[in-house]
Design a protein around this ligand. Structure first.
Ligand code: ADP
Ligand code: MG
Length: 617
């Protein structure tokens, strides 16, 4: 070539000429980093993942995360881990620099979460990154910064406790196209929050806190005992989780699986509560998923997905994690054994929860005559399992699933024998949920249709009112107080009406000019969305304080609280729960169908049904 370009030596730093596209050149470091970032850094949650993994690899026992605007403006991760030696700080920001592996053999048995040495330089190439770190031996912390294309600055002293803080600001500030791909701050935060939960489930020994826009979102302390682990699960998944899951622990042939196996009753319409960890690493593996799907195969309706949090432990030399940059995928030396072990054990665990089926089927038969008359039970008896999708068997199918589901239902089954002879209760026996909204029950005369959520609200209102009349409503302290940002006038209002709120079971504190901390809510409202509830309560209180008619305040507060009593998951209630709901409704609602809130349930007699259908003919 005439311009003598070929004379330029293979040196990354000098390849700045872009005028000759046909020649091969080594990429400038920041471009190489941006390409690497393209593989692993997709959104704020992926940044958080890399930073948290680094903290865990540094043996941190406490990690505090603060994000602003869904993580797009800021993600700060602070840990109390080993720290980075001052002389290595700049190295940590260069590509392929890692302290985690050194020799090719090391790659054969990676036990850290990171090892590619790409995360920090990748993140630094698409954001403003600052790294402050102090080892146990250091007197002070040391800081370095990276800003997109600029080479990282030299380190300078900065006060810092032993450990590391990484701050990532303005993600993709220099990549408008990628920035445009980010979704709303709310969505990005949901992803990030989900990621933090997944990490919190992966390491019970580490305390983790998360703040979003200064508000506490999650805070879990290190958990050692089984009870503490259960508590962590409850604080991540809600109070109902443990009641619908079984704890398991199996070991064989160098493999171990332990964790929580959701019972069929806990199944969901999405796959969003399926967590599988391999040696502490979050993974998505087709074979493992397949084994799990099979284990639940005949226990779930089509379209329902099981819930589980499972930990698989294998010898690190039996699995290759260096398959994909995000390290979600792994390759087992012996995938068949892993698959069969999982399927075998989990399937067994699930079927062990099921009451034995007697030869004549009498004992475990569902109590409803309609079920006896159907062919579903015959099919079960013949094949030892329910058909995949028994036509019209919804009604008969449910109780068996749920007798697998929990001890309470086992008790229910023996009670149901008596129930077979007894006349049906006033609102009937639940046959099935309908479209996640209604339940249908069979009465002595016909059927009742019940609006599930309306029923829950009605029951809650009655109970709250009764509780209020016999003293202050019992409250329940929140495991994690909920911070809420509201208008200053609302904060004043909450303070002014604090005793009225306390009387209905709400304890709310002022923690800033525009901030409230919700500490206790009525014990009856197990599943309420706390923030929405408090906002509604404040709105009602504001109305009354404006109208100067605080006499009717308690009544309105109780109505508002009751409105939050419905279970968002009521579509997933099982038969035992639906029957319990009917019995509760009978208790509070002896006086008929209509009420000022509208119709909660209606009965249709057989004659009415006959007439209805005949007219259609
Ligand atoms: P990798 O994790 O693959 O080694 P990273 O780019 O994520 O690569 O990090 C580079 C190096 O920086 C790590 O190998 C580690 O030595 C150091 N490092 C990063 N974050 C931390 C941290 N929070 N605490 C201690 N060392 C860290
Ligand atoms: Mg890393």
């Amino acid at each position: 070539m005439a311009n003598g370009q070929h004379d330029i030596p293979y040196n990354v730093g000098v390849m700045t000429d872009v005028g000759s596209p046909s020649r091969i050149r080594i990429l400038l470091p920041h471009i190489a980093n941006q390409i690497a970032a393209g593989e692993v850094i997709e959104r704020p949650a992926s940044v958080a993942k890399e930073l948290l993994e680094n903290s865990l690899d540094a043996a941190a026992t406490q990690i505090d995360i603060a994000v602003e605007h869904g993580g797009v403006h800021l993600i700060r991760v602070r840990d109390n881990g080993a720290g980075i030696h001052r002389d290595d700080l700049l190295l940590a920001l260069s590509r392929h620099a890692t302290s985690k592996i050194a020799l090719p053999e090391d790659l054969e048995r990676v036990s850290t979460l990171g090892f590619r040495g790409e995360a920090l330089p990748s993140i630094g190439s698409v954001s403003y990154l600052s790294l402050v770190s102090r080892t146990k031996e250091d007197e002070t912390g040391w800081a370095v910064n990276a800003e997109g294309e600029k080479a990282p600055t030299a380190s300078e002293p900065r006060p810092h406790p032993p450990g590391t803080t990484v701050e990532v600001r303005d993600l993709f500030f220099n990549m408008p196209a990628r920035r445009r791909f980010l979704r709303s701050e709310k969505t990005e935060f949901l992803h990030l929050h989900g990621l933090v939960k997944r990490i919190a489930l992966s390491r019970f020994d580490v305390g983790i806190s998360l703040h979003h826009d200064q508000r506490p979102v999650l805070n879990v302390r290190p958990a050692k005992s089984d009870e503490e682990k259960d508590r962590r699960l409850t604080s991540l998944f809600g109070a109902a989780f443990l009641g619908r899951a079984r704890r398991i622990d199996y070991q064989a042939a160098g493999l171990r699986v332990w964790g929580w196996l959701g019972l069929p009753a806990a199944a969901r319409s999405q796959t969003d509560m399926q967590y599988v960890y391999l040696n502490g690493r979050i993974i998505r593996d087709k074979r493992i998923n397949h084994a799990l799907r099979q284990a639940y195969d005949d226990l779930l309706y089509p379209g329902r997905h099981p819930v589980y949090v499972l930990y698989l432990e294998v010898d690190p030399s039996c699995v290759d994690v260096n398959v994909h940059p995000t390290k979600h995928e792994v390759r087992f030396r012996d995938p068949r054994t892993v698959h069969d072990f999982l399927y075998g054990r989990l399937h067994q665990a699930l079927s062990e929860c099921s009451p034995p089926i007697s030869a004549d089927g009498g004992e475990s038969l569902p109590p409803w005559p309609v079920a006896r008359a159907s062919g579903a039970h015959a099919r079960w008896a013949a094949h030892g399992r329910w058909p995949q999708n028994p036509p019209g068997a919804l009604v008969q199918d449910r109780p068996r699933h749920h007798s697998i589901a929990s001890e309470t239902v086992v008790a229910d089954a023996s009670a149901s024998r008596a129930a077979k002879q007894a006349p049906p209760p006033p609102l009937g026996r639940a046959l099935a949920p309908l479209h996640g909204k209604y339940l249908i029950a069979e009465t002595g005369l016909g059927i009742t249709l019940v609006d599930i959520q309306a029923a829950q609200v009605r029951i809650a209102f009655a109970r709250l009112t009764a509780a209020y009349e016999s003293g202050p409503v019992r409250s329940r302290p929140l495991l994690l107080p909920v911070g809420i940002v509201v208008a200053e006038t609302m904060v004043d209002l909450a303070v002014e009406f604090a005793s009225d709120l306390a009387r209905v079971g709400l304890v709310v504190d002022r923690v800033g000019p525009d901030r409230l901390m919700v500490r206790e809510i009525p014990a009856l409202l197990v599943r309420a969305n706390v923030e929405a509830l408090v906002r509604d309560v404040l709105a009602v209180t504001a109305d009354y304080s404006r109208d100067g008619n605080a006499n009717a305040l308690p009544q309105s507060l109780l109505t508002t609280l009751a409105a939050h009593a419905h279970d968002e998951l009521s579509g997933h209630l099982d038969l035992a729960e639906l029957n319990a709901l009917l019995r509760d409704l009978e208790q509070v609602d002896a006086h008929g169908e209509e009420s000022h809130e509208g119709v909660v349930w209606r009965e249709l007699s057989l004659e009415a049904l006959d007439a209805l259908l005949r007219r259609r003919k």
